[in-house]
Ligand binder design. Sequence first.
Ligand SMILES: C[S@@+](CC[C@H](N)C(=O)[O-])C[C@H]1O[C@@H](n2cnc3c(N)ncnc32)[C@H](O)[C@@H]1O
Length: 218
Amino acid sequence: MFDGVAKGYDRTNSVMTLGFDRRWREWSRRVLDARPGERVLDLAAGTAVSTVEYAASGAWCVAADFSLGMLLGGAHRAVPKVAADALHLPFADGVFDAVTVSFGIRNFSDTEAALREMARVVRPGGRLVICEVSTPTFRPFRYVYMRHLLRLVPFTARFVCSNPDAYDYLAESMRTWPDQRSLAEIISRAGWDDVAWMNLTGGVVALHRATKPVQREG
Ligand SMILES: C[S@@+](CC[C@H](N)C(=O)[O-])C[C@H]1O[C@@H](n2cnc3c(N)ncnc32)[C@H](O)[C@@H]1O
């Protein structure tokens, strides 16, 4: 499915989000707070549009995704790219300082297993940042958003996207995705500590962050 939307993905994203995607990415970079010399895994990176934002911090960032079409769509972006399934990452234990996923985690077939796999490849004390659509907090807006605005996603896709049918699925997955608190509970269950979140654009998007526990001796 993602191979099918790769062509024009970045443009479609900006149209669908009314340009808010840029701000959400900037916030993700700030919250991740990567430093030069650190190694960052950007999982489900797609065309690496998210990876270049993190790389702006000076850290070494690798884009990983299981859609070759999406990775090829970002061939012009000068970051390392790896074909990888989030559930079976081709990396050794503890090699990254941080791992991040933007608008990808809700597509994984097993969210908790993927979060455990992410914890495996991050060093003890390393960070997790997840940027994902979420549940608007203001009730009247939530009603309009869930009942009406999400219907515009597949409709708009017919005009700007190379595979509009995929956006039926994407809109449905936005509607059924766990809210902020439920996702935080899943992250904790997967073995991450210090789980917290902040809402962006009234909760249309949420940024979750967590750290990998440091094992104490004895
Ligand atoms: C909506 S795109 C997000 C791309 C980019 N991170 C961004 O912020 O625009 C979701 C990506 O998740 C990837 N994806 C879905 N399931 C995956 C999995 N199991 N392993 C790796 N990538 C996956 C898709 O191929 C797709 O490129």
